[in-house]
Ligand binder design. Structure first.
Ligand SMILES: Cc1ncc(COP(=O)(O)O)c(C=O)c1O
Length: 387
């Protein structure tokens, strides 16, 4: 057998332009790398989104999984619209429908869901009004050619109202997009005000991304909308399963008619192989566990308040958080990376977040807490950051 030819693209016209981009990133201190393997090294991990600690505890649930779902296939071999095996998907959507009181539709990821749903809603006559800090997955959907959109100042319903007034008479429908818990600052959306605006403007649809609220807020962990008693006021509620859900995938909860529409119009659902049934079965089990994890949710909340209180005087802006995500803003990419390296040397993993994930000046460490941490861990983290 002949040796495969090795492509050497270090100095090549084909790669030069891309190399120049990498050089720029390096100069600006925002070059990304895939990190080394660090799991199982006993580090305190504040980088992940395993908010309830379910992913870390998965060993405990393997037996039950094997007993109930052990036969589930490792592949769907087709898009959801063509797959012959529908039972596990339908069962899980049924579980979600029972919890949320409205139909649910599974997607392969939150990225797919946000991209696919925004594209599907972008009929002529639709105007999107998004909070300035919504996630890249929704922004990528809105960036497609021909989409009309405007942005309101982060968490400012007064500004949103002005935009609604501006577009109400012109647009056929106005889709307002916000996250319940913002992924970088951990601050909470003014859901009550958004719901009140929805009452006022009959052609406004409210679309809430609960990626960081699912599992963490609400008596049953259904999200911030559950906690605030607003589930019935949200037209499309999207939640991801790769965070507190300890799995992968996402779902949207909506009306029956909108679900039917998305099945016909959400391209990532139609044109991508569905998640493996084995994975959906795991999501089913994890969701059942989540509904009973009130104690963990309370503990997580206490840890977050403790960390925020501890960092109050340290000047990192941690007080803006209202959740398990606590920012420690350095305002400079290099400072954030240096601080992350220093913490790692002391056994604490925290992500340095830089442009374009956050706007210039918002560079920070993102401290993402989980229910397996103790008060002692929090005090240790606080002390290290204050140093
Ligand atoms: C707010 C928000 N929405 C959507 C996503 C995308 O979800 P997924 O990781 O399932 O693609 C993420 C995270 O990655 C997120 O933070």
């Amino acid at each position: 057998m002949s040796e495969p030819e090795i492509m050497n693209a270090e100095n090549d016209l084909r790669i030069d332009g891309f190399s120049a981009v990498l050089d720029d990133y390096e100069r600006e201190g925002r070059l990304r790398h895939l990190p080394p393997h660090r799991a199982g090294q006993g580090l305190i991990d504040l980088t992940g989104n395993d908010y309830l600690g379910l992913a870390a505890r998965q060993e405990e649930f393997r037996e039950e999984y094997a007993r109930r779902f052990g036969e589930a296939s490792m592949t769907s071999s087709a898009s959801r619209l063509l797959a012959t095996d529908q039972k596990i998907y339908a069962d899980y959507e049924g579980l979600l429908e029972g919890l949320y009181g409205r139909p649910a539709l599974l997607f392969n990821s939150g990225y797919h869901a946000n991209m696919g749903i925004t594209r599907a809603l972008a009929l002529p006559g639709t105007v999107f009004l998004s909070d300035k800090l919504i996630h890249a997955s929704a922004i990528d959907g809105l960036r497609m050619k021909g989409t009309e959109c405007d942005r309101w100042r982060h968490n400012d319903p007064g500004h949103l109202r002005k935009l609604l007034e501006k577009y109400a008479g012109k647009a056929e429908r106005m889709v307002v997009i916000a996250e319940s818990v913002y992924s970088m600052d951990g601050d909470l959306a003014p859901l009550e005000e958004l719901a009140a605006l929805r009452e006022e403007f009959p052609n406004m649809l409210l679309y809430i991304d609960e990626a960081h609220g699912f599992g963490v807020f609400g008596k049953y962990g259904l999200g911030l909308a559950e906690e605030r008693g607003l589930l019935g006021k949200i037209d499309i509620l999207m939640a991801t399963l790769g965070k507190a859900g300890a799995s992968a995938g996402a779902f949207a909860v909506t009306s029956r008619r909108m679900k039917d529409y998305l099945v016909n119009a959400a391209r990532p659902l139609i044109f991508s192989t569905a998640l493996p049934p084995a994975n959906v079965a795991w999501s089913h089990l994890m969701t059942e566990k989540i509904t009973g994890m009130e104690k963990e949710r309370r503990h997580l909340r206490e840890l977050a308040s403790r960390l925020r209180a501890g960092l109050r005087d340290a000047g990192g802006g941690s007080e803006i958080s209202g959740s398990q995500i606590v920012p420690f803003i350095t305002g400079d990419a290099r400072k954030a990376t240096r601080l992350a390296a220093k913490l790692e040397a002391e056994g604490i993993l925290a992500s340095a977040i830089r442009r374009p994930t956050v706007p210039p000046g918002g560079e920070r460490l993102r401290l993402s807490l989980n229910a397996l941490l103790s008060e002692i861990d929090i005090d240790n983290i606080t002390e290290k950051l204050k140093e």
